[in-house]
Design a protein around this ligand. Structure first.
Ligand code: ADP
Ligand code: GN1
Ligand code: MG
Length: 367
């Protein structure tokens, strides 16, 4: 069945009024297929985001949608209590005509629709300090809003998502299996990972020993998973809630640094352009600590820089694993794309390892 016929079937299933004017692919996410829909009714336009969930990655779509429904309803209540705008400050699911939060198409794929957040933008690179600062406050605040969410009702949408030790194990298995015969060409990158087996354990061990608390976290805190208001410059909405699960606060912090404090794009091929910008790092530290508003323990604060190194290391290892396995997880747009992404991450890890003392000093300044 052709995509346009599938889209027709799917769009017709949702409770959307008016006439469909446009349906275009949208955004730069690596996982889901995202489209922007424009409907026109009585002379005015209303836009929506339509997403086909990646079923090979999200193997429990019903549970995943239960998480999203639960979390967005919870956030809505909190936003209403604070007198905020519920249509812009959280994702809003649109139901199907049968009243379900998702639709299963004739091919067995799961789809959902959100109200489009107007007048706001997602950035792939930090364009100014304020955007990054705002995103830090928003991700910290997001965690705080969900602090008393009944975590036991959340499904683990991807098991062991940020279990770096398990990621290391899977990486080694991919090297051993080498199904695409690519290992020989990436010995340097493989060695980079193998040299850091002990590093992979750091935070997982602390979690296991109960030294770091499990919190409800976002787990995918890239800058492009936050919407910045075009007029005020404030971060208004945290999006991409597929991976909201119990996790570590330091990982949420770390993933933001990995993506946003880098001087280069995640897939930059000229590695001389990639390093960790300590000024941006400081901007984020300040915002995140403010956003968490006293919720973090001393050890969590101390481990923030380690979260940045580990999330970057883990992500690089995931890109390399996917490259070795034939690029079936992350969407790629060119040959070797995952390898380019892996290299930027490892360049950042080396840079952060050197800058660790300064990174620690910066946290000390704001804690
Ligand atoms: P992925 O998991 O593939 O990254 P996302 O849920 O992050 O998917 O969505 C991809 C992109 O679509 C986002 O980066 C953002 O640009 C856009 N987007 C998602 N939801 C909305 C929304 N409700 N309003 C406006 N844009 C959105
Ligand atoms: C994916 O969905 P997206 O593009 O926001 C991935 C993250 C990675 C990120 C790397 C569910 O995020 O874990 O850190 O790519 N999401 C999933 O850019 O695996
Ligand atoms: Mg995303």
């Amino acid at each position: 069945m052709e995509l346009k016929d599938i889209l027709k079937e799917v769009i017709g299933a949702f409770s959307l009024d008016g006439e469909l004017k446009e349906c275009i692919p949208f955004g730069s996410g690596h996982i889901n297929d995202t489209f922007r829909l424009t409907f026109s009714e009585n002379g005015s336009d209303k836009r929506y985001i339509l997403q086909r969930m990646n079923k090979s990655i999200f193997t429990k779509p019903v549970e995943l949608m239960e998480n999203i429904s639960g979390v967005t309803s919870w956030l809505k209540k909190k936003i209403e209590e604070a007198g905020g705008d519920v249509e812009r400050e959280t994702l809003n699911l649109v139901s199907t005509r049968d009243g379900n939060p998702y639709y299963v198409d004739s091919q067995g794929d799961y789809w959902r629709v959100y109200i489009f957040i107007e007048g706001a933008t997602c950035f792939d690179l930090v364009e100014n300090d304020n955007d990054f600062y705002q995103s830090a406050v928003a991700f910290g605040h997001f965690q705080r809003l969900l602090a008393d969410y009944p975590a036991e009702t959340l499904h683990e949408t991807i098991v062991d998502f940020h279990n770096t030790v398990d990621r290391f194990r899977k990486f080694k298995a991919a090297v051993d299996a080498d199904p695409c015969k690519r290992a020989e060409g990436v010995q340097k990158e493989i060695q980079f990972v193998l040299d850091r087996e002990a590093l992979a354990h750091t935070l997982c061990d602390m979690q296991e020993q109960g030294e770091l608390p499990l919190r409800v976290t976002h787990n995918d805190t890239k800058l492009n998973n936050i919407m910045i208001d075009d007029k005020t410059g404030a971060a208004i909405c945290v999006i991409d809630l597929d991976t909201v699960m119990p996790g570590l606060s330091v990982n949420d912090f770390g993933d933001s640094i990995r993506f946003g404090a880098s001087t280069g794009a995640e897939d930059e091929q000229d590695l001389s352009k990639v390093s960790c910008n300590l000024h941006l790092y400081e901007v984020y530290v300040k915002g995140f600590i403010e956003g968490c508003a006293g919720a973090l323990t001393d050890l969590e604060l101390e481990m923030l820089p380690m979260g940045a190194i580990l999330m970057t290391f883990e992500c690089g290892m995931r890109f390399l694993t996917d490259y070795l396995e034939g690029d079936h997880y992350f969407k790629i747009h060119r040959e070797g794309h995952n390898l380019d992404r892996c290299r930027t991450q490892f360049k950042l890890v080396s840079d952060m390892e050197e800058k660790l003392p300064q990174m620690k000093d910066i946290v000390e300044k704001y804690k």
